[in-house]
Design a protein around this ligand. Structure first.
Ligand code: G1P
Length: 293
């Protein structure tokens, strides 16, 4: 079977992180010692994906440079005998076959995904949003790909959130299925007010989509915020009665949101505290710090 390709939309303006994102895309902000986008690329690679298309906006050079090799740096680390760092530096240029396409005007997530049409062609594909980091110890994408292969449906990742938070996400109306952790999605609304939300199941940024979604996106009108929303295209698929529709994989693992400043800081602290090389130095200080608060 042909391997699935992945699409990573990375054309957002990163307004919440200005001025850090004035000359650098937000996907390049470091999470401990790797840019956020590298975690997402590594996640795709660990789901057996080796062809990745990044949809870029302005300031794209930092992203493409990051996934390129830097011979001068490699030679220098080699000379210094710093093999650990050398390996880590080379890893980012050796992960996968990474391609880039420009979004042009930023007209929303649906529009960004539509820019992948030529590269993806007629096959199903995965979409991974860089603001959501999924802990590598809690795999999600492999389960979503399996659900897609089993059902032929578009597969979205869902997570229970506090009802007061649902206005920041796509929200899903669902029915149970015979499979634990897999639900049938009967409706989707982009960023509803708490009182209008069909549930507290939020769409998190992982999707496995049939190529048919491109046809729908072609005619999807701007929705919430005047943008072409992927959620609206998926709502159309969910409403179809003669196809496999949309299913949701409910994720109960560790997810870090790097799109919001406070959550970004939490992500860094949690990931660093868990690491073997940094945790022992950080954890005792964290305890002490927390006591002082
Ligand atoms: C996008 C989607 C939204 C989803 C969210 C997950 O919104 O439009 O449905 O819940 O990602 O992170 P954004 O956060 O890009 O505004």
């Amino acid at each position: 079977m042909k391997k699935m390709k992945a699409v990573i939309p990375a054309a957002g303006l990163g307004t919440r992180f200005l001025p850090a994102t004035k000359a650098m895309p937000k996907e390049m902000l470091p999470v401990v010692d790797k840019p956020a986008i590298q975690y997402v690329v590594e996640e795709a690679v660990s789901a057996d994906i080796d062809d990745i298309l990044v949809i870029i906006g302005r300031n794209k050079n930092a992203i493409s440079d990051h996934f390129d090799s830097v011979p001068e740096l490699e030679v220098r680390l080699q000379q210094k005998g710093d093999h650990g760092r050398l390996e880590r530096v080379m890893k980012s240029s050796d992960l996968a076959d990474i391609h880039f396409v420009r979004q042009g005007e930023p007209k929303g997530l649906g529009h960004a995904v539509l820019r992948a049409r030529t590269h993806v062609g007629d096959s199903s594909f995965a979409v991974l949003l860089g603001d959501d980091l999924i802990d590598e110890r809690d795999p999600l994408l492999v389960d979503m790909i399996a659900a897609h292969e089993r059902t032929g449906a578009a597969v979205i990742a869902l997570m229970e959130v506090d009802p007061s938070q649902i206005h920041m996400y796509g929200a899903a109306a669902v029915d149970e299925t015979d499979t634990d952790g897999v639900v049938k999605v009967t409706g989707l609304v982009e960023k509803p007010a708490a009182e209008d939300a069909p549930s507290n199941l939020a769409v998190i940024g992982r999707y496995v989509l049939p190529a048919k979604v491109f046809e729908i996106l072609e005619r999807t009108e701007p929705g919430k915020g005047g943008e072409i929303q992927l959620t609206d295209a998926l709502q159309e698929l969910a409403a179809e009665t003669d196809g496999p529709g949309v299913v949701g994989v409910v994720f109960g693992g560790r997810r870090y949101d790097t799109g919001d400043r406070v959550d970004y800081i939490k992500a860094i602290v949690q990931l660093a505290a868990d690491r073997e090389d940094l945790g022992p130095g950080l954890r005792p200080w964290l305890k002490e710090f927390a006591e002082r608060l």
